[in-house]
Write a protein that binds this ligand. Structure first.
Ligand code: ADP
Ligand code: MG
Length: 299
């Protein structure tokens, strides 16, 4: 996969248009060995990875309408949505004859390619079951770094599935394949093909602001009811898809019952949220919100 349209969804939301959909290879038969490299595919294409993904590594049933299951589908990389600290988010088109859908692919990088490491405060209390993996992680081998990237991806996958099942507004998790998560692309309803802007860029009117606030508190209550704090909640990890808020970036979710710093991390989430809304005239005491969420975690 070569073509890189480097853009930051937050800074240049209106400049991005996905490439024109070229006549799809999908109408042709897929090679019998679905892993085979196919000369007909362009450098930024691959056969859909869906057929090779175990059922348990696919999103919850029922699959939304945009999930294409066709084994003859082709994935085309349309560009980089955002390069991040430990993961890059790509825009992927999955297309078959007559159907196409756009997905977001979040790919975790091995830690040696990261700008900095997500602190271990988040993983406190999580156990690594396979001793070989635990040893590799400890001694920092190449294999160990790969294991770490895979584990962050697996963690985010699991939290996306749990949150989705609990009705919390997160992108629908389509599939996980090692270090790559494919998920619903949260689109800006006013600009087809563009990612929804992050909350921090929004200047909502009073009615929309009130609705955003209600939605966000409801989402935080949802996480708390599952026993979690988001752990990195801020207007940068919330997308505003028109009237709808969607919470993203879940790998560091914190188990409130297990992590000794859980309440502190939840308090920080509350402060981040309250500060943004307070600057726009909605006053909510972060301590009060924290109390309410802790009560929701232990009803
Ligand atoms: N499902 C998605 N739909 C649309 N844009 C997304 C999606 N997931 C991530 N993005 C974009 O990519 C950026 C980085 O994703 P995020 O999950 O926050 O990773 P990071 O750990 O790099 O912050 C987001 O701020 C958002 O602009
Ligand atoms: Mg983020």
């Amino acid at each position: 996969m070569t073509s890189r349209i480097d853009l930051d969804a937050a800074d240049t939301p209106d400049t991005f248009q996905p490439r024109q959909h070229r006549p799809s290879r999908a109408a042709q038969a897929r090679p019998a060995d679905w892993n085979a490299l196919d000369d007909d595919l362009a450098a930024d294409q691959r056969w859909s990875t869906w057929p090779g993904i175990e059922k348990s590594m696919r999103g919850p049933l029922p699959y939304p309408e945009f999930v294409i299951e066709d084994a003859g589908a082709v994935d085309t990389e349309l560009g980089v949505l955002k390069t991040g600290k430990e993961a890059d988010v790509f825009l992927i088109e999955r297309a078959t004859a007559g159907r196409r859908s756009i997905l977001a692919a979040k790919r975790y990088r091995p830690p040696d390619q990261r700008a900095f490491h997500r602190s271990t405060i988040y993983t406190e209390g999580r156990t690594i079951r396979r001793t070989r993996d635990a040893r590799a992680l400890k001694n920092g081998s190449t294999y160990g770094r790969q294991v770490e990237a895979t584990q962050w991806a697996a963690a985010e996958w699991s939290y996306l599935v749990q949150a989705h099942d609990a009705g919390i507004p997160v992108p629908y998790p389509v599939q996980i394949d090692g270090t790559e998560i494919l998920m619903e692309f949260i689109e800006d309803p006013d600009r087809a093909g563009s990612a929804a802007p992050r909350l921090h860029q929004m200047r909502p009117d009073q009615t929309l602001l009130d609705s955003y606030y209600t939605q966000l508190i409801e989402a935080m209550r949802g996480f708390a009811a599952l026993g979690y704090a988001h752990g990195d909640l801020s207007p940068y990890n919330i997308l505003a898809a028109g009237p709808r808020l969607v919470v993203i970036d879940l790998p560091q979710l914190v188990d409130l019952a297990v992590n000794p710093l859980g309440a502190d991390l939840l308090a920080r989430d509350c402060r981040n949220v309250c500060t943004w809304f307070a600057a726009r005239g909605i006053d909510q005491d972060p301590e009060e919100l924290l109390g309410e969420l802790l009560a929701a975690a232990w009803p």
